[in-house]
Ligand binder design. Sequence first.
Ligand code: GDP
Ligand code: MN
Length: 391
Amino acid sequence: MDIHEYQSKEILSGLGVPVPRGGLAYSPEQAGYRARELGGDAWVVKAQIHSGGRGEAGGVKLCRSEDEVRTYAATLFGKQLVTRQTDANGKGVFRVWVEAATSIRQELYLGLVLDRKTERIMIVSSAHGGMEIEELAVEDPDSLRRMVIDPAVGLAEYQARELAFSLGLSGGQIAQMITVLRACYRAYRDLDALMVEINPLVITEAGDLIALDAKMSFDTNALYRRPEVAALRDPSQEDARESMAADNGLAYVGLDGDIGCITNGAGLAMATMDMVKLAGGEPANFLDIGGGASPERVCQAFRTVLSDTNVQVILINIFAGINRCDWIANGVIQAYRELNLGVPVIVRLAGTNVEEGRAILTGAGLPILAAETLEEAANAAVAARRQPVAA
Ligand code: GDP
Ligand code: MN
């Protein structure tokens, strides 16, 4: 789960990272008030969307008057901002952050990520920040430093010093950098983050460190124990299909294909998507409806999958362990009738009472195909997708 820049800054600032003074606005007028409250004669107006690359996309602007702040904010609100990190639709701007402008001497890069190879938190840094890390890795690979943190020890003092020196910092900047690093590491570890990024971390004209941008994302599977993080969720920035599923407690990930998948268990869901690909099709989604596949849950799963208008056929693959196949078959039929489905449905059931389940499906007189194996089901789904939908 991603959060906004201003929320990340609030978290990091609370742990000791210096950030510019700023305020949030929900309208152009409010943006103007924020500028007045902050005082001074230069402000930066920043679109709050769950994406980087806003600067080059016109989502960040230095303004010299209250009026300019208001006028520029007015162009942002309600806009779908397209950056190189978003899709062609972009992300809607509904919140704008106004902050006191900073005079920049140098832009640094600092990022904490999960390194899957070492299974540890890795700190990535560079003295040439400002641009995207991917771009940096291509254009100036030697400037990138990677440092792995031993979880048993945590971020060691000598590592923080070494990193500060490697960035060419001196004097008071070294102590400031150590504070920033400690704060980022704590935020990462204590809040179950997957990424903490400050880009740019700036050396001001006065020689002090300050975080001009901040980005955090979190492990969705840990949100149950981080209610303070879960509260920062902004559905306006999420895939509509995924937020609908999350609201209903379904594990759903939207994809680009046209074969809707309804399965139980993450492993079975992955295997189903693999089989669809192997049969020459493209899955429209990952969906794990969980253990107790009640008729209500099956119905909700159908609704979620069908909210994607690309879906041409639905493939159901359920393994009934604690569940019973006859019960699931009844749920599928109930959902089919209630939702008045217009797409073919392929069902592969396995496990308890599988014969009864198949008999119920074939006896229903609906365009539901009961397949014996997953392979057969995947092939049938791909074939069904190429045919016009039965009247
Ligand atoms: P991003 O493009 O989404 O990563 O947004 P950033 O917050 O990183 O802003 C993009 C760029 O705008 C930064 O790299 C800076 O060069 C510039 N910028 C942001 N805030 C200020 C500021 O207070 N003063 C100046 N001079 N430039 C700023
Ligand atoms: Mn940035």
